[in-house]
Design a protein around this ligand. Structure first.
Ligand SMILES: *Cc1c(COP(=O)(O)O)cnc(C)c1O
Length: 405
């Protein structure tokens, strides 16, 4: 930077970008569109051959034995909690730093979410917190692969395995990631994915549960269809009118139209995660040169999927987060904040009596977090715009910023 600060867009200066760069965005190709149109012309709009084909593609991608496609990531979490047989009064350990759905799924089944604090450097659930929070009513852990880095499932399994506690991976951020070469989706007892447009693979709304256990998968499969054991496609083939509802389920089915889009999108996952890693590498390199902000730590043998690229403001900037956030938006950079700790939402405060101080690391980190734009279709210019705006805004708000910096 030359001497003096350039005038921020929020103060009437020229913005780095004329149009807002979103923090995440889907990429839909002509092939994707053709795949959807082809399904619209077929005999099946829902619960037909595309569902099984999408599930087979998810099995190939994750290395899990089974995949069950459902109508959203939230439905996937609900089905996983159901599959793990969580019921009234059962405790499930959930990290505070996530989207509310990671805990809501426990409440849907009458369980009690017990909020665990996260590791300050990765914002992943801290395994020592799981040990601290275990009681004789703990039945499961929902570990969240925050930003796209798989949790340390080996460490978590060491704590949970012997105790008969089911480990559910909320892998909504981490499809395409690996840990020691093992793909996300095969690292926990059950894993859940989301195919919302801001995630890696888009089906509009959509989700999936993966597992190596036939029993878990069968329960999830029945749960997505009212607790009925055979689906319409199977019945049509059998020529049978007969069905039985043996448990209470939901309509959490994903349509063939959506699965056709998912199959087409999933075929580009490798390419899209590679691009996200390139963007992340450039961000890291540039942020290494900005003292007042930091990025998150990745374990050595992890190949990160980078759903998000959160940065943490240093002590000298933490008080200015609201202004920094607004200034970046004014520069045309669609920053976001992931997440407000779940236990601070009014619902959890009211229903479960949670409050400030319960998970200090998550609470402190929340005050410092800003997610930079991260999606596969970002151009190199987009990435440089983000960094230019970041330098411009940080420079402005640094207390000791002065000519010659
Ligand atoms: C997106 C997301 C969900 C919910 O997925 P939907 O498809 O929007 O229902 C759950 N957990 C995490 C961590 C997510 O990012």
């Amino acid at each position: 930077m030359t001497a003096g600060k350039s005038r921020l867009a929020i103060d009437g200066g020229r913005p780095v970008r004329e149009s807002l760069l979103p923090y995440g965005r889907q990429a839909v190709t002509e092939e994707d569109i053709a795949a959807v149109v082809e399904t619209l012309r077929s005999d099946w709009l829902t619960t037909g051959p595309k569902v099984a084909e999408f599930e087979a593609a998810l099995v190939a991608c994750t290395g899990a034995a089974e995949a069950v496609a459902v109508s959203s990531g939230t439905a996937a979490l609900h089905a996983a909690v159901y599959a793990a047989e969580i019921g009234a009064g059962d405790e499930v350990i959930v990290p505070a730093m996530s989207f509310a759905a990671s805990a809501n799924c426990v409440v849907y089944q009458g369980g009690i979410p017990v909020f665990a604090d996260v590791d300050a450097e990765s914002l992943l659930i801290d395994p020592s917190e799981i040990e601290r929070l275990l009681t004789d009513r703990t039945r499961a852990v929902v570990a969240v692969d925050y930003a796209g880095q798989p949790c340390d499932y080996e460490a978590i399994a060491e704590i949970c395995g012997g105790a008969g506690i089911t480990v559910i991976a909320d892998a909504c951020h981490s499809i395409g990631a690996t840990d020691k070469g093992r793909p996300s989706g095969s690292l926990a007892d059950l894993s859940t994915f989301s195919f919302h447009p801001v995630k890696h693979v888009a089906t509009g709304e959509g989700g999936a549960v993966t597992s190596d256990s036939d029993a878990f998968a069968a329960r999830a499969r029945s749960f997505r269809n009212h607790g009925i054991s055979t689906d319409h496609h199977a019945r049509a083939r059998a020529g049978s009118w007969f069905y039985e509802m043996s448990d209470l389920g939901f309509n959490y089915r994903l349509t063939d139209i959506q699965c056709a889009l998912g199959i087409s999108q999933l075929a580009r996952l490798g390419e899209s995660v590679r691009r996200r890693r390139e963007v992340a590498a450039r961000y890291r390199e540039a942020i290494d040169g900005i003292e007042a902000i930091d990025y998150l730590h990745t374990r050595p043998q992890v190949e990160h999927a980078y759903h998000l690229f959160p940065v943490l403001l240093g002590d000298e900037l933490v008080e200015r987060r609201p202004e920094i956030f607004a200034a970046l938006r004014a520069e045309g950079i669609g920053v976001n904040v992931h997440y407000i700790p779940i236990h601070l939402h009014p619902y959890y405060r009211d229903m479960f009596g949670t409050r400030e101080g319960l998970c200090p690391v998550a609470e402190r980190s929340y005050q410092r977090l800003i997610s930079l734009p991260m999606f596969a279709a970002m151009s190199d210019e987009d990435v440089e715009d983000v960094l230019a705006a970041l330098r411009k805004v940080i420079d402005h708000y640094l207390p000791e910023a002065s000519p010659g910096r």
